[in-house]
Design a protein around this ligand. Structure first.
Ligand code: OAD
Length: 230
């Protein structure tokens, strides 16, 4: 039976594809007040601004491609039973070939009804005021988990992490909860690799932990080699 490898990814895994992270210099939040563009209150106050913010992100998604970090993670399915838990709203893990991807914070290529959060549909175009859900007839919004909203996939993510034989944490500042708290759910002897060129928040756990202070593409190659040798 293949060993269970769980990858917890954040914005940094997509950085080499040209997608800005959130908290680095020049990151997405630098030019924005987070609560204005990524909260239900912000959406109520200025829906045009919020829709425009995510329309830009969605349009950019079609101009970028998966990078070596994404493809190495996908390629590890040959040897391991890999599940990716991502905080990212892009679809670059899927486009790289990963078959089991759980999105904690939603997906740019989906939209949902503003009145019924389970009415989720595939969506590739812009959303503007007046773009209605084809079935409910109500205003659409991006299928994104905003600050202050519940993270429905977190329970499933905890169960996946509990089963892990190895955890790779890649490209996340581990500052946003509940996602950052997932590392606490690994079994005590599960090895953890943390790949980040600027690893600010190193998990405080008794597990075997190796910090790989490199970009995702190189770091994933290093971790892959180490894991194949074990
Ligand atoms: P952050 O922007 O907080 O952190 C990105 C991390 O990626 C940092 O630790 C960087 O050092 C690292 N990084 C930068 N370039 C990298 C590279 N080439 N390879 C690997 N790592 C690199 O992004 P997240 O931790 O993903 O939520 O942020 C978590 C959540 O906060 C996001 O999902 C988003 C945001 O607010 C919502 O919008 C709900």
């Amino acid at each position: 039976m293949k060993k269970k490898l769980v990858v917890l990814s954040g914005a940094g895994v997509s950085a080499e594809s040209g997608v800005a992270t959130f908290r680095d210099a020049g990151g997405l939040w630098e030019g924005h007040n987070v609560m204005e563009v990524a909260s239900p209150e912000g959406f109520r106050k200025n829906p045009e601004l919020v829709l425009d913010f995510y329309n830009k992100r969605r349009r950019q998604l079609f101009e970028v491609s998966p990078n070596k970090a994404h493809t190495t993670i996908a390629g590890m399915e040959d040897t391991f039973d890999v599940t990716v838990i991502t905080q990212n709203v892009d679809d670059l893990h899927e486009r790289a070939g990963s078959t089991k991807v759980l999105h904690l914070h939603g997906e740019l290529v989906k939209a949902r009804c503003t009145q019924c959060e389970t009415a989720v549909i595939d969506w590739k175009g812009d959303i503007t005021i007046g773009t209605l859900h084809p079935k409910t007839g109500k205003q659409l919004r991006p299928h994104i988990v905003w600050f202050g909203e519940a993270v429905p996939a977190i329970t499933q993510a905890m169960e996946i992490v509990k089963q892990a034989d190895c955890l790779i944490v890649i490209g996340t500042s581990l500052q946003v909860y509940p996602a950052a708290g997932l590392v606490d759910y690994v079994k005590p002897d599960t090895p953890i690799y943390y790949i980040d060129p600027n690893p600010a928040q190193i998990p405080k756990l008794c597990n075997p932990l190796e910090v790989i202070a490199m970009k995702g593409s190189v770091g994933m190659e290093v971790v892959k080699k180490k894991m194949l040798l074990k």
